[in-house]
Design a protein around this ligand. Structure first.
Ligand SMILES: [Cu+2]
Length: 398
């Protein structure tokens, strides 16, 4: 029988409708082979319903502090082994001169304290030394509440705005014209010396999705003047572990070590401390020409966690263990980064790779089972960024 086009459509529509209805009533499972789809539906469901999990409240004491940050504290281009002063390319970004700031800048960063007196800094353990300029990791499990007692010790107003977790206007930590009374969103901007307590819920919609590993990364950052706040250095990570897969401290069980690395070009000419840094750190502030493009380039710090030219410490792990890498981006249209690990391979989204792709505020998770002992390069693969020092190394011990 030969059907006309109209007849084919007329028959096809009811058949498609019947298949769709059957699909919907069967929960998307035909022949029981599609487990992922089931998880996926459960996850969408949980997006719109409150979680039943009764978690705990995890309390963090975090201050915004002014620090003199050195992007290259060893004074050496660790990738070539040459002193920075003898390296014509590295010198562009690190040399302190009459009209150059060098490698040390005043910045405002998040630091962790032991209690709400903010008198004693919580020491960073060896395994988190690599965080560098990043704020402390906030770990939580689905069902928990994150409570952050925040104090601003910086001269600029600051806040804490979190990605992914659930907050109301009081804990959004962002300034914009949303029609909400200022008295109902006091967390939007904390001035110098001020305190604020943020509450962030961790429902299932903040947890690892069906294709994610057992934990994922979200970022927090200041959002009073979002651009200059982040260039000041106010940024840090949150790691959320799936319900039932967390250790008591919120870290994912079965993962031996976690690393968080942020690829970002800190444009110091857009930091709120730019003029202060010129006045304080150049040898002759009056000789500085802010419009000189070479001066502009000298203030672009192509960093991994605030370190350039291989100065990032602490990326050390044992062979044949489960290592989880959280890689994130921050910045502007030049911040397209492609982290590349030498010597090992990783899994991302269930696919094998030794590369990741980052855009500003991208947040990716990769699992590594290092089997190749040695010290290996870990760098952004964008050529311009390689030359500007967005390089590091990691070490796999036996
Ligand atoms: Cu890059």
């Amino acid at each position: 029988m030969k059907l006309t086009r109209t007849e084919i459509i007329a028959i096809g529509i009811p058949i498609a409708a019947v298949i769709s209805i059957f699909w919907a009533f069967s929960g998307g499972i035909i022949g029981g082979q599609d487990h992922n789809h089931d998880d996926y539906n459960a996850n969408l469901y949980n997006f719109v319903t409150p979680t039943d999990y009764k978690g705990q409240t995890r309390t963090y004491y975090i201050a915004a502090d002014e620090v003199k940050w050195n992007f290259a504290p060893t004074g050496i281009n660790e990738i070539t082994g040459k002193p920075l002063a003898d390296d014509d390319t590295a010198k562009v970004y690190t040399e302190n001169e009459k009209d150059r700031i060098g490698s040390v800048y005043l910045k405002c960063i998040y630091q962790e304290y032991t209690d709400d007196t903010f008198s004693t800094q919580k020491p960073r353990t060896d395994k988190w030394q690599h965080l560098g300029i990043l704020g402390p990791v906030i770990h939580a499990e689905v069902g928990d509440t994150i409570k952050v007692l925040f104090k601003n010790n910086c001269r600029i107003p600051a806040s804490m705005h979190a990605h992914g977790v659930l907050y109301d206007k009081a804990s959004e930590g962002a300034v914009y014209n949303d029609g909400v009374l200022n008295s109902d969103k006091l967390g939007e901007s904390i001035s110098k010396g001020g305190n604020y307590t943020y509450f962030w819920q961790v429902p299932e919609r903040a947890d690892p999705g069906p294709h994610d590993p057992s934990s994922i990364v979200w970022m927090y950052h200041s959002h009073v003047d979002e651009v200059s706040d982040s260039y000041a250095g106010l940024v840090g990570p949150i790691i959320i572990t799936r319900h039932g897969e967390a250790n008591p401290d919120g870290t994912p069980n079965g993962v031996d070590q976690e690393f968080v690395t942020m690829f970002s070009i800190f444009d110091e000419s857009r930091s709120p401390y730019f003029d202060y840094n010129i006045q304080t750190f150049t040898q002759d502030p009056s000789s500085v020409n802010k419009d000189d493009p070479d001066f502009g380039e000298s203030n672009l710090k192509h960093s991994i966690n605030g370190y350039i030219f291989g100065n990032l410490p602490g990326l050390v792990m044992k062979a044949n263990t489960h290592v989880r890498w959280y890689v994130v981006g921050m910045g502007t249209e030049t911040d397209l980064h492609t982290p590349h690990w030498h010597g090992e391979t990783l899994l991302m989204d269930g696919m094998r790779t030794d590369m990741a792709e980052l855009l500003p505020m991208s947040m990716k998770v990769l699992d590594m089972y290092p089997d190749n002992v040695g010290t290996w390069l870990y760098h952004c693969h964008v050529n311009d960024h390689i030359l500007a020092g967005m390089q590091s190394m990691f070490t796999v011990t036996p």
